[in-house]
Design a protein around this ligand. Sequence first.
Ligand code: SF4
Length: 120
Amino acid sequence: MMKRELICIVCPQGCHLTVTEENGSYKVTGNTCKRGEVYGVKEVTAPRRVITSTMKLQGGRLPRVPVKTNGDIPKELIFQCMEEIDHVTVTAPVKAGQVVLPNVLGTGVDVVATRTMGMV
Ligand code: SF4
């Protein structure tokens, strides 16, 4: 039997979860809602994260634009994803929500700008 204590990061309430596994089936306790149960099982089987970072910006008012993935990606790809983001330079103007790096690492998830940035 496996038992893990986690804090749910799906919403700011931060419920303390206990995930137990026995014979391949998972049980989550401590969650206030269904999303916590889904998160708990996912976290112990295939953890994923949304990545936030900044990307180089050419011709903009600032040298970098804030970005994030528009979905979660496997936790083991976080550093590779950060490297990919670091290798891209986007040209101003950029609109919030604009895809600046599609299908990062073949995950089906895009990196999007989170702030509109005009030209100099
Ligand atoms: S279990 Fe539900 S209420 Fe609790 S932190 Fe997770 S999402 Fe929020």
